[in-house]
Design a protein around this ligand. Structure first.
Ligand SMILES: NC(=O)C1=CN([C@@H]2O[C@H](COP(=O)(O)OP(=O)(O)OC[C@H]3O[C@@H](n4cnc5c(N)ncnc54)[C@H](O)[C@@H]3O)[C@@H](O)[C@H]2O)C=CC1
Ligand SMILES: CC(=O)C(=O)O
Ligand SMILES: [Mg+2]
Length: 613
């Protein structure tokens, strides 16, 4: 299975290269683009603006002559100019505090984003490894925390509790006729930073940047959305600059009425758009998923995207031990954090175990998980447990091996269980402290795995340096935000994998869109996770590499997208997209589907512009 996956990977790597446009949508000679404006209006529209690269013929045609300096620059010259400015900024801010440097980098990228989207996305695609930490985690967290002060111009749409009854008409204020991909948040749990209210809009913007870069969604067809239902963050409510509603969050039916109205409005205008729910607090993450998943084409990234990425990592950890995949059912897994992400991971991992041969002996009762929340180990003795969490509660008392009390501490659990994997989705930075990591050294696994998945970096449960020092050089490490690899001496490297849902959500969204799926099923999500799990070769796994390089994200997304399309077709959920119907999708082989998905990806190239005004 893994060898054929590697062959497929090589094939896709040949098919796509980040420095060259994919065939099809990003063809070298792009077709003309009709714009409904002229002159300055074009220069101030980042979708069409080419800055100094407008050729003279276009300047004449579009009424731009005299509005730009006379020298016509090439795209390559503009690109180089931007990269040089970026490198000088890096040089000039050397020695400054990390947060100052990070925000300066974000500002220079954001200014380009506001001015010229074609150049912005090309720079982003070509340098995704360097720029993802700025437009995405960790810097996006800092941006959200400081959003009201950083605000210069709006991006996306804002629907607030004050807009009740108006949303169906407001949705038509968005200037694009077609929207394919929406990321929406209510700002109630932004990364591990808590309730940031309206300032959480930075997350949908960052996620959609990843969609454009990784999945080749046309930036004219993406829409970041903030549902401002108030905030319970006292500091923000008292902040004079705060840009959101200054009221406590809506709750209960009032809250759901806002989200219902928003979903109906989106569906009325763009019935085929895929909606990704992002960074909702747990109760609303689960409630909205249940409420909408069979009615709309939507998914919750924190619950479902994260689960697939973690499952791929867990299966990788089994392979790293030299064990067959079926051995997954015997892995002891300690999960710290029983929130939307933790419970999403546990549910998908449990489903995967139940599908494995031999597990029917023990079935649903098979519990290889020890789950902790802020009150310690969750056992059946815990009162008032959410049913989603109760499924994973341990028994207690002498029949339970090892015998651990309700609320046992993390270190106690790790010492007694000796888990194969310690996985953090707690949002608590440094919680895998020295004592915990030293206890992990006694793990029953020859390759103990530590996944510190909380974001941003300050909330990571531990660092790779600590893991390789305290657990041992044979340990495996992954984190939600990027860390550098660790030099172990003697030319050996401890790999700092990035276990982030960015490896899956772009492919899930793209696959759902291209298949024209009525909704996003468990089977489609499972196909995405399996695809990611099979991307890494045995050789890489032996070295401790569980996830691909971020620089190959466009290749990965083409494969994940294809896997999702094929699953949608197999389940009869696909209605097709554009002029490719379900029958045609169904007749494609696996590699033809990958090829098709890759060809549908948008690639940033200046198109000749023709004005109809
Ligand atoms: N790497 C990735 O792709 C992803 C990472 N995350 C990260 O996961 C973290 C949690 O996200 P959610 O589950 O949505 O949050 P949540 O707020 O729903 O859940 C947090 C959980 O952590 C528990 N917790 C808090 N303090 C704890 C402590 N001292 N010990 C043990 N458990 C503790 C809480 O009781 C709760 O069960 C965030 O930092 C988020 O950035 C979330 C989604 C994807
Ligand atoms: C990565 C992500 O979705 C989160 O930390 O919430
Ligand atoms: Mg998230």
């Amino acid at each position: 299975m893994w060898r054929s996956a590697a062959r497929r990977t090589a094939q896709i790597r040949r098919l796509l290269s980040s420095s060259a446009p994919p065939a099809g949508a990003g063809a070298a000679v792009p077709g003309p683009c009709i714009v409904h404006k002229r002159g300055n209006d074009i220069l101030h529209d980042p979708w069409y603006n080419k800055d100094t690269a407008f050729p003279m013929t276009e300047r004449d045609r579009l009424g731009l002559r005299g509005l730009l300096p006379p020298r016509v620059m090439s795209f390559e010259q503009q690109y180089e100019r931007f990269i040089n400015s970026y490198r000088s900024l890096e040089h000039n801010t050397r020695g400054e505090p990390d947060s100052i440097v990070a925000l300066a980098k974000w500002r220079i990228l954001n200014r380009l984003h506001d001015r010229n989207e074609t150049l912005y996305y090309r720079v982003l695609i070509d340098n995704i490894k360097d720029f993802a930490p700025i437009i995405y985690t960790p810097t996006v967290g800092l941006v959200c925390e400081n959003y009201s002060g950083l605000f210069r111009r709006p991006r996306g749409m804002y629907f607030s509790a004050k807009d009740k009854g108006e949303m169906m008409s407001m949705i038509y204020n968005w200037p694009a006729d077609k929207v394919d991909m929406i990321v929406v948040t209510d700002g109630s749990r932004i990364l591990g930073l808590g309730d940031l209210g309206v300032q959480g809009i930075g997350i949908p913007i960052g996620k959609l940047d990843v969609y454009v870069a990784a999945a080749g969604i046309n930036p004219q067809k993406v829409l970041p959305i903030m549902l401002d239902v108030g905030t319970n963050n006292e500091k923000l409510l008292e902040d004079k600059l705060y840009l959101g509603l200054r009221q406590p969050r809506l709750e209960g039916e009032e809250y759901l009425a806002v989200v219902d109205e928003f979903m109906e409005a989106v569906h009325a205008r763009w019935p085929k758009a895929v909606v990704q729910f992002e960074d909702f607090q747990m109760k609303w993450a689960f409630e909205t998923l249940q409420r909408y998943r069979n009615r709309f084409c939507m998914f919750n990234d924190d619950v479902q995207g994260t689960a697939g990425v973690a499952l791929a990592g867990l299966l990788g950890a089994v392979r790293a031990q030299g064990r067959p995949l079926q051995d997954f059912t015997n892995q002891k897994i300690v999960v710290v954090g029983a929130g939307s992400a933790g419970i999403g991971v546990l549910s998908m991992a449990k489903q995967a175990m139940l599908r494995m041969p031999g597990i029917h002996r023990t079935g649903e009762g098979h519990n290889q998980f020890w789950v902790l929340d802020k009150d310690g180990l969750i056992t059946k003795a815990r009162k008032g447990l959410d049913p989603a969490v109760a499924r994973f509660a341990r028994g207690y008392g002498p029949d339970e091996i090892p015998d651990l009390p309700e609320g046992a501490s993390l270190v106690e659990v790790v010492k007694k269980v000796k888990p194969h994997v310690l996985l953090g989705l707690s949002g608590v930075g440094g919680i895998f402290n020295e004592e915990v990591l030293k206890a992990m050294k006694e793990s029953d696994s020859p390759r103990p795995a530590v996944f510190a998945m909380s974001n941003p970096t300050t909330k990571a449960e531990c660092t790779p340096e600590d893991v390789f020092k305290l657990v041992g050089e044979n340990a495996i490490f992954a984190s939600g935000s990027p860390f550098g690899n660790v030099s172990l001496g003697n030319g050996k490297t401890g790999f700092a994998n990035q276990a982030n849902n960015m490896y899956l959500f772009p492919g899930i969204g793209l696959g759902a869109l291209l298949s024209g799926a009525r909704h996003i099923s468990d089977g489609m999500l499972q196909a995405a996770a399996e695809c990611l799990a099979s991307y890494i070769t045995d050789n890489e796994i032996r070295k401790g590499i569980l996830f691909p390089e971020v620089s190959s994200i466009r290749h990965i997304t083409a494969r994940v997208g294809a896997a999702v399309v094929r699953a949608a077709v197999a389940e009869d959920l696909a209605e097709g997209c554009c002029d490719v119907g379900p029958r045609e999708l169904g007749s494609m082989s696996e590699s033809e589907t990958v090829d098709y998905v890759a060809r549908k990806m948008w690639y940033p190239i200046y198109s000749p512009l023709v004005s109809d005004k």
